[in-house]
Design a protein around this ligand. Structure first.
Ligand code: AGP
Length: 609
């Protein structure tokens, strides 16, 4: 999983590629590399670690040429070393690759027998050797690439150069995303549009099994089987968002503080107060069609999966329709029971998560109707959906998702209203009440953000902990999962989330004087039960920290320490509890001196399975 860039034109290639790589660093930052072709010589620079290392290397050892390729890596096969960094070179052939070659071991063995020496542990290196091998007998560079691709199993988006045909760049795609920007005789290849949109707005979206050969200021599109095809470009009319910290020390804190505005954005223009209803620009479903679904099935990964779980609580309660929530990576491999009567909702911040995209395609192949909830406009998931609800959270750079999650929660709340109104399970008055509750939310998020000093004190108090547990009931159960995930991701403290009532069925054995147990106890219908669960922790000598609702002075009294969070009603208080838990994880990580924006081993968007 990685980001790839290619450029051919009249400008110096290196700065264009480095800019693109910077935009793609969210896809991985274990290592990075670049190759420019200069008079038949492939100039390669690679470095382990973040892109800044490669930038320094290029500054010290500049490269030139107007054609080149680049790569930023999230390690799948082989450690984050220079040897494993792309581009990979064999003979005259240089390759950057995003995806996984599943038959690489067999290919490696075969190529080794033919005398090829491998210098990395990656699956990707076989591609350069394979093309190099095919080139020995093929009539052209293009033919060598084409025949090599036929032997590859797995997923790829790749760019290939050759020293023997130094005026040609070849790109191909199967399973991993690729777009091509065109500006006169200049071509920009990338894993996504934002990486190249500052260069051009004319984009061609590559489909699986397609190849593009750039030569002499022109491009020829074909299928991998060699059939020439015509591809039309489309004009991209949205503007790229700027990555700016606005005075915050890092993107994560900025994005946590963006949330009042992000929530305003997801709501903007969608409320029909008088009708107690919601309008979506691209849902593309009439009331009759909405009514015709027998089930809803949500598919997602990580934080987005937590949002889906929260959505199940909302939709089942208010719309009285069964909702299944599936981990996308499991969904596609078990012949899922979906049909034309199922509304499938993939949820994704990036819109590029490979597992979620694969789940979408699986559901589509079974004739399900797909409405995605997504943040990144025109990314692969919305492009392949029948309808889309954009969350409009703005650019999220921090690897740990914050505003993307809370806007997903709000988007699901809006969808609940729409679906409930269409089905008649939410009447006019109820719809109006649900909408009215939303109008307070941005200010209540602001109030929650003001709790930061108290939250920092809690983090200080439990800073030496190795483990933590988060408990919640009802819609706060997925919020507990999300709180645990945030803490794990950025502070590297092991944490688990459980339904509070489940604790006694096993995890309570972990309770001791060391491990903090964060108890989410909003003033909702579950409060009495959650209090009992808290007592079960306390009576076993556990460290209970209660997150309660403003006005509830009772619950916190029994805990070791507590925090009072504003009340926004049962459904929307989940957003405020999330904000408090984001700040908790953030403070733990900062006090421990961790890099919150780019935590170890992670990538913002996981584009391999
Ligand atoms: C969240 O903090 C994560 N970094 C991760 O779990 C993420 O939510 C997951 O990879 C799904 O990403 P998506 O929403 O872009 O599909």
């Amino acid at each position: 999983m990685c980001g790839i860039i290619g450029y051919m034109g009249s400008q110096a290639a290196a700065p264009v590629i480095m800019h693109g790589l910077k935009m793609l660093e969210y896809r991985g930052y274990d290592s990075a590399g670049i190759c420019t072709m200069d008079d038949g010589t492939a100039e390669i620079r690679r470095s382990a670690g973040k892109l800044a290392h490669l930038e320094r290397l290029i500054k010290d050892n500049p490269i030139s040429g107007t054609i080149g390729i680049g790569h930023t890596r999230w390690a799948t096969h082989g450690k984050a070393t220079v040897a494993n960094a792309h581009p990979h070179k064999s003979g005259s052939v240089v390759v950057v690759h995003n995806g996984i070659i599943e038959n690489y071991l067999a290919l490696k063995e075969e190529l080794s027998d033919r005398g090829h020496t491998f210098v990395s542990e990656t699956d990707s290196e076989v591609i350069s050797h394979l093309i190099d091998e095919k080139y020995k007998t093929a009539g052209s560079f293009e033919e060598a690439v084409r025949t090599a691709l036929k032997d590859l199993q797995g997923a790829y988006a790749l760019c290939v150069l050759s020293q023997k045909d130094d005026k040609t760049l070849i790109a191909a795609k199967l399973g991993s995303p690729m777009v091509i920007g065109i500006k006169g005789n200049e071509y920009f290849i990338a894993s996504d549009m934002p990486a190249i949109i500052s260069n051009t707005r004319e984009m061609v979206i590559m489909e699986d099994g397609e190849m593009a050969v750039f030569r002499d200021g022109g491009v020829k599109f074909s299928t991998i089987d060699g059939e020439e095809i015509t591809k039309n470009s489309r004009f991209i009319d949205w503007s790229p968002l700027k990555a700016e910290k606005n005075g915050y020390p890092n993107f994560m804190l900025k994005e946590i503080h963006d949330q009042p505005q992000a929530v305003r954005n997801v709501i903007a223009g969608r409320l029909r107060e008088d009708e107690g209803d919601v309008f979506f620009e691209a849902l593309n479903l009439s009331d009759t069609e909405l009514n015709s679904f027998e089930r809803v099935c949500m598919v997602a990964c990580g934080t987005s999966w937590h949002a889906a779980l929260a959505g199940k609580y909302l939709i089942e309660e208010h719309c009285r329709i069964p909702v299944d929530v599936e981990i996308a990576s499991e969904f596609r491999y078990r012949d899922p029971l979906v049909s034309g009567k199922t509304l499938v909702i993939p949820i994704s911040q990036s819109g590029e998560t490979a597992d979620t995209l694969a789940a979408l395609r699986e559901a589509k192949s079974k004739y399900a109707h797909i409405v995605s909830i997504c943040n990144v406009i025109d990314s692969s998931i919305p492009r392949e959906s029948d309808g889309v609800i954009y969350t409009h959270a703005g650019l999220e750079i921090g690897v740990a998702s914050t505003k993307a999650f809370t806007t997903q929660l709000v988007a699901l709340y809006l969808l609940t209203i729409r679906l409930g109104r269409a089905k008649g399970s939410i009447d006019l008055k109820k719809g109006q009440e649900m909408i009215a509750a939303l109008s307070e939310l941005p200010d209540l998020i602001k109030k929650t953000l003001e709790l930061d000093p108290q939250i920092e004190e809690i983090a200080c108090e439990y800073l030496t902990s190795w483990d933590a547990i988060f408990l919640g009931r009802g819609i706060c159960y997925p919020i507990a999962l999300e709180g645990a995930l945030k803490l794990k991701e950025i502070s590297y403290i092991h944490a688990d989330g459980y339904p509070a009532g489940e604790m006694k069925h096993g995890p309570i054995a972990l309770v001791d004087r060391e491990m903090p147990v964060f108890i989410l106890a909003p003033n909702d219908r579950h409060l009495v039960k959650v209090r009992s669960n808290m007592e079960e922790i306390i009576s076993r000598g556990g460290k209970a920290i209660a997150f309660c609702s403003e006005g509830d002075l009772e619950t916190g009294r029994r805990a070791e320490c507590s925090l009072l969070i504003p009340w926004a009603g049962e459904a929307l208080s989940s957003v405020l509890f999330t904000v408090a838990l984001q700040l908790l994880a953030y403070n733990f990580a900062i006090l421990k001196g961790k890099d919150v924006d780019q935590p170890r081993n992670l990538a913002k968007s996981v584009t391999v399975e």
